[in-house]
Design a protein around this ligand. Structure first.
Ligand code: IPM
Ligand code: MN
Length: 374
């Protein structure tokens, strides 16, 4: 029987509550599909920082390396100055564990409301592959004469060919695999005649950031030759945001830099029904990956058992998929969709959860039961 070592990292705010439900559902899937979990708890986060001044020590990174995956709740504390926990914990884990891909599926499930008029689940189903270790996030730059009228600040976007190539490789492989499982619905006659099964859109800014996205574009087309079944497409980042709203059905797989990826995936989360449903994976294909709901720590609802745990549950699905437990992952997705369509709930806001007489833990119980019965 397969046994996976999972580092549970609840973090701040509502992170612990939603992660409890996520792991409950993952455990239900483990019981049903015949594998087991060996979990360990890591309490890094805002509270610990306030107590000890410690964010994420190097020793924790070394500990994490011994796990098959990390399952994260949320990072962010209202009493801690922005940047400290983000950089000291979340970004440190991503960088030190070389999780160079941030994978964000944007999928509108039936039964979930999108703010986009006239769009449904058949229109909103794409995946963003965001580079996760370079760009403006490297922290290169500095400030001088801080706090004076002469203040100067720089923060430089950095891309190495190596870093771009490995992100592109992941994206092309991902697109190829996705297309092989189910050809992308947006392909035209000509594409089909050419044997295309998937589309990969490079989202950049080649009209202004000519050095940075010039590198991306050359690397994209050079590598693309090795993936004849993947149709290559390009969109500027500003236009991408427009099309997410107007024509989300135009996208299959998108690959982009860290900063643009950060921005467009929040928009992606909104069109798939909100931050409460969107999950992501920080992936090192050859190392330890970390899965998280992308919604944040929602401090004002901490400890109230009212927040929707769907994003954490779908992050659990992504984690099992990554570990190779494909059937278990699909079962979690199916159970989540069953809940969303059960008629038990009108929407996923705190108000709607309360009106339905549900709670964070009740939703977790229901979905875990659906997995067990499924
Ligand atoms: C995300 C978040 C993080 C990011 C923050 C919290 C550092 O917004 O995961 O998208 O910018 O990557
Ligand atoms: Mn973000």
């Amino acid at each position: 029987m397969a046994k996976y070592k999972i580092a549970l990292f609840p973090g701040d705010g509502t992170g612990p509550e939603v992660l409890d439900e996520g792991i409950k559902v993952v455990r239900a899937a483990a019981a049903k599909f015949g594998f087991s979990l060996d979990t360990a708890l890591f309490d890094f986060g805002g509270e610990r920082y306030k107590r000890t001044g410690e964010t994420l020590p190097d020793s924790a990174i070394e500990e994490f390396r011994k796990f098959d995956a990390i399952y994260l709740g949320a990072i962010g504390h209202p009493d801690v100055k922005p940047g400290i926990l983000e950089k000291g914990i979340l970004l440190k884990a991503r960088f030190e564990l070389d999780q160079y891909i941030n994978l964000r599926p944007v999928k509108l499930y039936p039964g979930v409301e999108t703010p986009l008029k006239g769009k449904g689940p058949e229109d909103i189903n794409f995946v963003v592959v965001r580079e996760n270790t370079q760009d403006l996030y490297t922290g290169m730059g500095g400030v001088m004469h801080e706090g004076t009228p002469n203040e100067v600040a720089t923060q430089t976007a950095v891309y190495s060919r190596f870093g771009v190539d490995r992100a592109l490789k992941y994206a092309f492989e991902y697109a190829r695999k996705r297309g092989a499982a189910k050809p992308w619905r947006g392909l035209g006659q000509k594409d089909l005649a050419e044997g295309k099964t998937a589309q990969l859109t490079l989202c950049g800014k080649t009209n202004v950031l000519t050095y940075l996205y010039g590198l991306w574009e050359r690397a994209f087309h050079e590598m693309g030759v090795e993936y004849p079944e993947v149709k290559r497409d390009y969109a500027h980042v500003d236009a991408t945001t427009m099309w997410f709203v107007k024509n989300p059905e135009w996208f299959d797989v998108i690959v982009t830099g860290n900063m643009f990826g950060d921005i467009i995936t929040d928009l992606g989360a909104m069109i798939q029904g909100g931050m409460g449903i969107a999950a992501g994976g920080n992936i090192n294909p050859a190392g330890v990956s970390m899965f998280e709901p992308i919604g944040g720590s929602a401090p004002k609802y901490t400890g109230m058992n009212v927040i929707n745990p769907m994003a954490a549950i779908f992050a659990g699905q992504m984690m099992l998929d990554h570990l190779g437990e494909t059937e278990a992952a699909l079962a979690i997705e199916a159970a989540g969709v069953k809940f969303l369509n059960s008629g038990l709930i009108k929407g996923l806001s705190v108000k709607e959860i309360q009106e339905a007489g549900l709670s964070t833990s009740k939703i977790g119980d229901l979905i875990a039961d659906y997995v067990a019965q499924g």
